[in-house]
Design a protein around this ligand. Sequence first.
Ligand code: DQA
Length: 141
Amino acid sequence: MNPRIIIVNGPNLNLLGKREPDIYGNQTFESYFERLQSLFPDVELSCFQSNIEGEIIDQLQAVGFTYNGIILNAAAYTHTSVGIGDAVKAIETPVVEVHLSNTLSREEFRHHSFIAPHAKGVILGFGLQSYELALRSFISE
Ligand code: DQA
């Protein structure tokens, strides 16, 4: 059976392509996601985005006992949300935390993650390619 993997994106990531392009680049997530799907035809790849903390938690719970992998960019909630960290801890599906930017080279408040201690691993700083690297980590197991 093809692996089921979902990308879960948090707040403001719906603005990729027009949001601070010097940090996050010019490409929309939608166009990147289509390319990623075509690169991995044997993966059942889906995506979800919300600007609302509770909706992200609901989504993690909904997929977190049946999917093979979750690629999570919780965006600003990474640094603030005990609830999302607890959800990642509670579910069974492994989570790879990703960020487009290298959060460790940015403001100090971005250095802490409530998710990282419960994640399988963390990928930072490779732009949209961070998602592909996370995806490869699941399928090369
Ligand atoms: C981000 C980094 C976060 O600090 C920031 O709040 C984001 C995007 C990234 O992908 O680089 O919204 O998660």
